[in-house]
Design a protein. Structure first.
Length: 192
């Protein structure tokens, strides 16, 4: 009986302490303030396990086509570069102000499934948007194809690939030359 009483008291103290923590405002939510090591570890472990468990069934299309990658760099430059700084550019004010900071995708190793899932679904409370809210899967894959090239590109390589893409007028997520309203972009059929 005593043990049960102690347990109930213990649970009540935990609930109370959590309530005090939440409503006291002691935790600083400022993005300018780095998370402490425990919170940072907790958030990244939850994220990794969460993504890991949800990507198994994703079927990766053929990502090797040059056209697809050229469309991908264009999408990347227009939609992602403000946060994920491309080679040879300085971090934008957005990239510098975000916490957690957007990862440098020129250095990130990740499977296409993982990158696709994150790009499509976004990550809560981080600033990484869910592009699947406005684009279908076929519009998202080209930028994932391009992410395979990104770690191998220096500033000049990035710029020349981008110019090649612009001269061909290919993009998938934003539509050719950004002229198509968001979400109704036409995918060039030769990608698939
Ligand atoms: C407004 C800023 C912002 C934009 C725009 C943005 N991202 Fe992100 N992205 C982030 C942040 C912040 C993270 C880190 C999230 C975290 O720490 O859990 C992230 C994480 C990622 C990751 C995971 C990387 C890894 O190694 O775990 C991928 C992949 C990614 N973004 C792809 C993209 C693509 C592709 C686009 C454009 C279509 C894009 N992002 C646009 C902010 C952004």
């Amino acid at each position: 009986m005593d043990m049960l009483k102690n347990f109930v008291v213990f649970v009540l103290i935990c609930v109370l302490a959590t309530g005090v923590f939440i409503y006291s405002g002691v935790y600083n939510v400022a993005a300018s303030q780095p998370d402490n090591a425990l919170v940072a570890w907790l958030l990244s472990s939850v994220r990794e396990a969460s993504v890991e468990g949800r990507i198994e069934d994703i079927e990766v299309p053929d990502l090797t086509s040059l056209n697809m990658r050229l469309a991908g760099i264009r999408d990347f430059d227009e939609l992602c570069a403000a946060c994920h700084t491309p080679p040879g550019r300085l971090d934008s004010p957005v990239a510098r102000g975000l916490n957690p900071p957007p990862p440098d995708l020129t250095e990130e190793e990740g499977s296409p499934q993982e990158f696709f899932w994150i790009t499509k679904n976004g990550i809560k409370m981080t600033g990484m948007p869910a592009w699947g809210a406005t684009r279908d899967d076929r519009e998202i894959w080209p930028v994932i194809a391009f992410l395979q090239d990104l770690p191998g590109l220096d500033a000049a390589g990035y710029q020349s690939m981008l110019e090649e893409s612009r001269s061909r007028g290919t993009a998938a997520m934003d539509g050719a030359a950004g002229s198509v309203p968001n979400g109704v972009a036409k995918m060039a059929p030769e990608f698939y």
